[in-house]
Design a binder for this molecule. Structure first.
Ligand SMILES: *Cc1c(COP(=O)(O)O)cnc(C)c1O
Length: 431
């Protein structure tokens, strides 16, 4: 098979996500035959460094030997079983480990199969927990510039216009409060104060605030100070509002600590996890919450307080095996410590971008680096040019508008890192 053949067959039958399909008249698809470590390889043996971890999911490389082995073991034992009324070892073990690993006070795990549906679970649980307490609070707060997924509920609490505006008439009630405008502690305090102003007026109606701790991923890798989380936690306590931490992207070491909430020493009422949960192998997501919230649903059947939410593949055994293998690697290889070296190295390389003419500024938190370009209009599609230059030179970069970012798998070597930065540097210089 050839690259060309597969591209043509694809366009006959596929509709790709988040894509203007007409672009493919001029912008070729990249068929991938196989992948290993940080590399993707096409049918003509061209290799690409996966600098975006295949949409932020991959942690320990593609076709990782250890994870492969664990999934194969599970495949020959139990592939899937209904987990209403039934259970299995991988899901129990995973839940025990997640309860231990996540910030304290998160005691129960509820599974779904992608980030958006887990966000929906958290929103519904928060609203329903209040309702079971006799309080009807139909309003959700989120931050400006936030992203929480694409299903209607998740889209409703997001604030990326490009994804949201078209569907406005379909959305549930939400209101946005300003995200801290930069990484300073002053900006964090100012934004927290604005949230408190909103609470003073509308706390009675508000079930929860949902936020992406420390880094707004799809919101152009915008970053803010951990103090904001501390202040928001305190405001939530004082105004009887749940805090939902959407760690779908930032979870599992992306910010430098295992979870972004750990950086601030904050425990949310709900934490939402997906993406890195299975090491980037299989769709799985989970919401953890407190025993206190769990108990608000716990009563005799005829009191009608149960959380009657489910997905066909809830708690899939293969996905749980992949997640357990991923957590094994974190434990056995001291990944969070090792990543500190890697992230310090990336910081050094990032310095080189600072003084480029068309670079506004650079930012980094842990394993996420971003370069903000200046002086371009949306029509120039500057990100697309960087993307194309990257592909031609063996690196998959997928800028968000005018933001070039790096979020590589944790197994990337210094040498591979150099290649990734060199290609991006060249791409930006030649714009
Ligand atoms: C990707 C993402 C989601 C949505 O997850 P999907 O699996 O794509 O539905 C939600 N929240 C954040 C912060 C994300 O980055």
């Amino acid at each position: 098979m050839k690259n060309e053949e597969l591209k043509n067959r694809d366009l006959e039958v596929l509709w790709h996500p988040c894509t203007q399909m007409k672009d493919h008249e001029v912008l070729p698809l990249t068929p991938i035959k196989k992948a290993y470590g940080v590399y993707l390889e096409d049918f003509e043996e061209n290799k690409y460094i996966d600098a975006v971890s295949s949409w932020w999911v991959n942690l320990f490389g593609h076709t990782n030997k250890y994870i492969n082995e664990k999934i194969k073991e599970q495949l020959d034992t139990l592939e899937h079983v209904i987990i209403a009324g039934f259970t299995h070892e991988p899901v129990v073990r995973l839940s025990e480990r997640l309860v231990k690993l996540t910030p304290k006070g998160l005691d129960k795990c509820f599974y779904a199969d992608n980030g958006s549906s887990a966000v929906e679970v958290a929103l519904k649980m928060s609203y329903h927990a209040n309702l079971n307490d006799g309080k009807n609070k139909p309003l959700f707060v989120s931050l400006t510039n936030s992203y929480h997924g694409e299903t209607i509920g998740a889209l409703s609490v997001g604030d990326v216009e490009l994804y949201k505006d078209t569907y406005k008439p379909l959305l549930i009630q939400s209101v946005q409060t300003p995200v801290p405008k930069d990484t300073t502690i002053e900006a964090a305090r100012e934004a927290a104060q604005q949230f408190e102003e909103l609470c003073k007026k509308r706390a009675e109606e508000i079930s929860a605030i949902i936020l992406e701790p420390l880094i707004q991923g799809a919101g152009y890798m915008h970053m803010y100070h951990p103090e904001f989380l501390v202040l928001v936690r305190d405001i939530c306590d004082r105004y009887d509002i749940h805090l939902i931490a959407d760690e779908v992207m930032v979870g599992f070491g992306r910010t430098g600590e295992m979870f972004a909430c750990d950086v601030a020493g904050v425990s949310p009422d709900f934490i939402v996890l997906s993406k890195g949960l299975t090491g980037g192998y299989l769709p799985l997501s989970v919401v953890l919450t407190s025993n206190e919230i769990y108990m608000k649903f716990y009563c005799d059947y005829n009191e009608y307080k149960a959380f009657l939410h489910s997905h066909s593949y809830t708690g899939n055994a293969l996905a749980c095996a992949a997640a357990n293998a991923t957590l094994d690697i974190f434990e056995n290889e001291n990944i969070i410590e090792k990543n500190k070296e890697l992230s310090a190295y990336m910081a050094k390389r990032l310095e080189e971008f600072k003084d480029l003419e068309n670079v506004d500024h650079v930012r980094q938190r842990g394993m996420v680096c971003a370069i903000e370009l200046k002086g371009y209009t949306a029509e120039e599609r500057i990100g697309l040019k960087v993307y194309q230059h990257g592909l031609k030179n063996g690196v998959l970069l997928r800028p968000l508008g005018h933001i070039v970012y790096f979020m590589p798998p944790y197994v990337i070597t210094q040498e591979e890192c150099d290649k990734m930065f060199d290609v991006a540097l060249e791409a930006i210089k030649t714009l």
